[in-house]
Ligand binder design. Structure first.
Ligand code: ZN
Length: 139
């Protein structure tokens, strides 16, 4: 879709803090940055909802790869995985690494609520985005 922000991010027409990419899928930091490493995983092809994605096995294999990278390599105990389908009308899965008792988790909880509000103005700055993406990226 021409006016879809996630289609533009997948094509590289709009910059993002990339976490993972292959031929069909793309993952990048959520710009709201409520908790470091909060990642969105999208199919490069435009689908309105996650449940419309034709190769959903392939899609969730990528979600699994990223979640397990956060758990096994970066040593997060929890990786909350959320699907709302609001805000941006392009299929996306939220992948939120955290350790339960940490500040990150409290921020994540607060953020998940705020994510659903259209007046949220939180934005990841370039310096923080690059630093965080460096830590969480799968090469
Ligand atoms: Zn799209």
């Amino acid at each position: 879709m021409d006016d879809c922000i996630f289609c533009k991010i997948a094509k590289g027409e709009v910059s993002s803090f990339k976490i993972y990419e292959d031929d069909n899928y793309f993952a990048f930091l959520d710009i709201s940055n409520f908790t470091p490493g909060h990642t969105l995983v999208i199919p490069k092809k435009h689908y309105r909802f996650v449940w419309d994605v034709e190769n959903i096995e392939g899609y969730f294999k990528v979600v699994q790869k990223i979640a397990n990278h956060f758990r096994n390599n970066l040593k997060y105990t929890y990786v909350d995985t959320l699907i709302f389908g609001r805000m941006v009308p392009h299929a996306h899965v939220h992948v939120v690494p955290h350790n339960h008792d940490s500040e990150d988790w409290k921020n994540a909880l607060k953020g998940i609520g705020e994510l659903q509000r259209s007046d949220s103005t939180r934005r990841l700055c370039k310096e923080d985005g690059e630093r965080i993406a460096e830590k969480f990226r799968i090469d």
